[in-house]
Write a protein that binds this ligand. Sequence first.
Ligand code: ZN
Ligand code: ZN
Length: 427
Amino acid sequence: MNEETNKKEISAIKGTKDILPQEARYWQVAEATARQIFELYGYRELRAPVIEPTELFEKGTGASSDIVTKEMYTFVDKGGRSITLRPEYTPSVVRAIIEHRLDLQPQPLRFYYIGPMFRYDKPQKGRYRQFHQIDIEVFGEKDPAVDAEIVEMAHHLLKKLGVEKVETLVNSVGCKKCRPAYGQALRQAARAVKDRLCPDCQRKAEINPLRIFDCKVETCREAAATFPLITEYLCEECRTHFEQFRSYLDFYGINYRIDPTLVRGLDYYTKTAFEIVTEHLGAQNAICGGGRYDDMVKEFGGPDLCGIGFAMGVERLLSVARITTPKESFVYIAYLGEEAKKKSLATAREWRQKGVECLVEFKDRNMKAHFSRANKIGADWVLIIGENELARGLFQLKDMNNSQQYEGTNEELLKIVKQKGKQDAST
Ligand SMILES: [Zn+2]
Ligand SMILES: [Zn+2]
């Protein structure tokens, strides 16, 4: 490497971003809230690797989907294997179920996961190549009550995170029995207007015309408005499932709108599809998307195990959430001299073990400089350990929020700090 390249600044890869500590606080609250709520419904975390064999996603998302054809982060590793950074989570869970025979456990199986996904998409405002999802899946439950329960759970989380003005869109995308007839009718309709469609949709018109409804191009949207709707083609089983699903939503008092053009982007969905949108997000307004995939596990070579789940984009979620982060309270220890420094280290160690955040800095300062530093970094308390204090075994503690000063032994002062922390937490 020559000197020039050595000096060149290295920046984050396009489409990725650092989440700095101040922002990370919000992520922590959102993630902790999601975990807490999912566990209340009996979900357990399942952590799968970030990298998977490429064929998992070729199989899982269907070769005609945009994710596979355009957006996967795929590379060949040193062993010559084709590896993909997961673009979505469901195929990994399905693989894990089959690999570990989780289907032998009592059903339904309920899993959640929070983590990064990767798509080699055109980076634009609010969209990243490494983005993050909150994901839940239920396997082995056919009852439409569970479809409604996951929607209710999503609402529970959104409410807890202060997301307002949400609307729930629902649809049924049918099943293997009823979708072919609809597909045929749709293909016919798409062919009739083919020259008005964008090149992408012209291709979709033959392979998967359902996905023309997803296109944002105006002429495609106009054309799609004339297409037949899936709701008119549902078989008895799918229609009943859809009706019952909606009756449970009514039971929960969740308002929804039937959107017959709502098709989840991925090929493996069956029956229920839903989205929760918020008007704050503009055109890209879906905050949560989910649906049923009853044939997926079987198509992967696993047992006949139905499934349903949803994913929320964390970046989008945080852009509309109203989260209050917990107040961080910490003690700055101001010391004078080498002996007091050691006493500070020992005190900090002891207090930390008792759950109090302490900061000891290793720069020679006089008391005035210590206080101005403590002030600058927002310390709630300053514990003073000087020669005087060492000799008497009594230390000074100052409450930086109201300037009140206390004198006492190590234990007495620790008690005051903990007491105050408890009061703050309860208000
Ligand atoms: Zn059907
Ligand atoms: Zn189009």
